[in-house]
Design a protein around this ligand. Sequence first.
Ligand code: BTN
Length: 232
Amino acid sequence: WEAQILDSIDSTNAEVLRCLAAGAPAPFLVLAERQDNGRGRRGRQWVSPFAENLYYSLGLRLEGGVFSLDGLSLSVGLAVLRCLRELGVVEAGLKWPNDLLVAGRKIAGVLLELSGDPAGECQVVIGIGVNVNMLPGSRVVIDQPWTSLRECIGHLVDRTALTLALGRWLEHYLSLHAQGGFAALREEWEACHLWQGKEVSLLAGPQRIDGVVLGVDSLGALRLDVAGQERQ
Ligand code: BTN
């Protein structure tokens, strides 16, 4: 993929969306050394200090219907997971929908953003943040428990090698997803799911739902057993 490496940007996802809106040919990749307004899921901030981590956004143009967006972020999570495990973080796992955790601490996250018409022509940004060389105890303040590749494997990690490895895993899983949708990856995803068979308590708007995780369906929705009844 064509790649642009920026010193500093508000958010690599925002930059890709701007380039796509301006007609840039896709696929293309934007990486940055630092983000001033890194975006996380559910409106959260993604803490993005200079030269420590990977801030990676891949821009795609999709024909609606040809490539299913259902479960795409879970397929991407699986690609990131395989990459982390290949680099030695063998205990890393997934938490629905697309958190990557090691012993309950966040090591990476995925944020997909769309523009255009999901049923027609649309643009997608696959944003991936990986905590690479940051160490707990440094000045970085993050409002949830976290770890990094360096902390897990005990040495500094070459971010160029990580970027190339991630690109290979993404290509692999995006092509499987293009052929068979998330359905083709569902079983493999569940095998890496840290919540599988566990009791969870989820907030659905104002409502709290307590249930046992059965897995995910072929669109990537969570399947729960709530008092003996399956719910999604
Ligand atoms: C999450 O909340 O788990 C998702 C975090 C995604 C962060 C990445 S870093 C690169 C890309 N640019 C952003 O602004 N966010 C994503």
